[in-house]
Design a protein around this ligand. Structure first.
Ligand SMILES: [Zn+2]
Length: 477
């Protein structure tokens, strides 16, 4: 019998990996096996250690990967899958492929840096510590990517096809609608990947991609994310608070440090700063964007105009590429990055990684956290176990590069930047379904968020919903 097995993002928000097996037939065939997403576990060690485990079936027996979007918790394990022997096609939208082309090699580079660091400081129980995959291995896996534009149907095997529809989460992000022909019936499976904001015009300004996930979906089996299953985003415009925080910091003679994902979040934030400065709501202070990947991501954004909202078309027509703006500097080399570090004048530093798990943001925070004149503004989700989570939760100190750094800077967080629908938005989207799915499984959420969303959906929609468990197999009936 055909089944789905949850190999990741079950009981946690990272490591998305869902296996579909079309079922063994009487002729002894093992069935066609497709992975929906192939993400990296991030955050707590207990989860990260699972990145080192092989898939329960040999990687070479997986026939295809269908990738919803380019965030590492959905695509970051692909180089490892290829390293383990996978040689099939990896289907994704053209924008997702472009983004993976920068994100995966960068991830390989960070894995190498981490291994090097552990070896140098003899902090690993494994000797020598090895990277999960290297920069080169990540580049190598890119040859298996195959573009599938949104809306086009792609046959995976005689009994299974799929189509991408916009998920409105980040550039290129999609849900995967799978059609599976079993011996007795046709079954439609919907894997949401991450779901973007539904009503974003006023409360989530600066959104770059499609506004709102595709409405009127149907599914016999729905596999849905639940990151914000127990939360609601603030509904007020974040811009006045952001401008206020930056002004207060400048008056103290401090700088503002913003950890931000290099892709999507950084571009959105830069456009917001630009608009605030152009409208006179923010003084024109230097803005440093210290992330080589964010620079490459800007070019990808400028290319994929098919993904823009009306607002983005207007912003780009008005201001052009952020790479050309005066007062906005992009640091490409480590030397340029160091010069930002040495600067004593008030400025805004936007750098990655967004959860402070690696990258140049670590240098900026190590430098600026001990000084109470500075402010750190979080504009993204911080997974438990990450340095970002520690800093945001009000800890007095944090370990960066093996050193204990005291936290004296002001710490602030603006939740409106989220690219995930919150609970009311998820329900709003689910209400557009013309009929109840036969089965719904919640993935990609902390246990508390997933179980609360399950209860809310049962109460508000009358749907039968289960929280997926790691390694659980569920039949497609
Ligand atoms: Zn995502």
């Amino acid at each position: 019998m055909a089944y789905i097995q949850f190999l990741g993002a079950a009981g946690t928000v990272t490591g998305s990996k869902h296996l579909i097996n079309t079922g063994a037939d009487s002729g002894g065939s093992k069935g066609f096996q497709a992975l929906i997403d192939c993400g990296l576990f991030q955050g707590l060690k207990e989860w990260r250690e699972r990145n080192w485990q092989n898939t329960p079936i040999p990687a070479r027996e997986i026939d295809a990967v269908v990738l919803t979007h380019a965030h590492l918790d959905h695509c970051g394990w692909i180089p490892r899958l290829v390293k383990e022997g996978f040689r099939g096609p990896i289907y994704a939208t053209p924008a997702t492929i472009d983004l993976c082309g920068i994100l995966l090699p960068d991830s390989g580079h960070l894995q190498e840096e981490d291994a090097e660091f552990y070896n140098k400081h003899k902090k690993s129980k494994h000797s020598p510590a090895l990277p999960l995959y290297t920069f080169e291995e990540a580049q190598e896996c890119l040859q298996y990517f195959r573009p599938v534009p949104s809306g086009e149907t792609k046959q995976l095997c005689p009994e299974m096809s799929f189509r991408f529809v916009p998920a409105a989460h980040i550039l290129g992000s999609s849900m995967a609608e799978i059609t599976l022909q079993t011996r007795r019936q046709t079954r439609r499976l919907l894997f949401t990947g991450d779901i973007g904001r539904v009503r974003d015009r006023n409360i989530a300004p600066g959104k770059v991609v499609h506004s709102g996930p595709t409405e009127g979906e149907t599914a016999d089996v729905l596999v849905m994310e639940s990151t914000y299953g127990n939360r609601q985003h603030p509904t007020e415009d974040p811009r006045p608070e952001l401008a206020g925080l930056i002004r207060q910091t400048m008056e103290r003679g401090g700088s503002v440090v913003v950890p931000a994902f290099a892709v999507e979040r950084t571009q959105k934030f830069l456009f917001m700063l630009k608009e605030l400065m152009e409208s006179g709501k923010l003084p024109r202070i230097p803005v440093y964007c210290d992330s080589p990947m964010a620079i490459k991501a800007v070019d990808i954004f400028m290319k994929h105009t098919e993904e823009y909202t009306e607002d983005t078309h207007r912003l780009v027509a008005q201001y052009g590429s952020p790479l050309e703006w005066s007062g906005f500097q992009f640091a490409l080399t480590p030397e340029q990055s160091k010069r930002i570090n040495e600067s004593k004048y008030p400025s805004i530093i936007v750098s990655s990684s967004g959860m402070v798990t690696g990258g140049r943001i670590q240098h900026h925070l190590a430098q600026r956290l001990p000084d109470p004149r500075n402010t750190v503004i979080f504009i993204g989700f911080q997974a438990p176990g990450t340095r970002g989570f520690t800093i945001k939760s009000g800890a007095p100190e944090v370990k960066i590069f093996g050193e204990i750094i005291p936290i004296r800077a002001q710490i602030a967080a603006l939740e409106q930047f989220s690219d995930h629908a919150d609970t009311p938005e998820l329900l709003q989207w689910l209400h557009t379904f013309p009929k109840k799915p036969g089965a719904t499984y919640l993935v990609h959420g902390d246990p508390a968020a997933s179980s609360q969303l399950r209860d809310t959906m049962a109460k508000e929609l009358g749907w039968s919903v289960q929280v997926a468990q790691w390694m659980q197999k569920v039949p497609i009936s």
